[in-house]
Design a protein. Structure first.
Length: 90
């Protein structure tokens, strides 16, 4: 349930008209990253936790973090999603 609560928390930060499309984009990303190895729930939760961290970063910190994406365990895709979500926040 933590997974759903976190996803709802993040989508509630967005403008109402942006929520359905971005929620679908997140869910599609999680499905695409699914490997069927029994670790998908943990992997999805970690992805959502990382995305939440990026959403709560200030602009300058976020842009700096994006610049080092390849050295982190996350890829560029999460930054693109976080950037889109930040713009949809208002």
């Amino acid at each position: 349930m933590e997974h759903e609560a976190l996803l709802t928390k993040m989508t509630n930060m967005l403008r109402e008209e942006e929520r359905p499309a971005l929620r679908k984009r997140i869910e599609d990303t999680l499905a695409r990253n699914s490997k069927g190895d029994g670790k998908d729930d943990a992997r999805s939760l970690r992805y959502l936790q990382d995305l939440d961290i990026f959403l709560n970063m200030r602009g300058a910190e976020f842009m700096y973090s994006r610049g080092i994406a390849e050295t982190l365990r996350v890829g560029e895709e999460i930054f693109e999603l976080a950037y889109t979500m930040k713009r949809a926040m208002g």
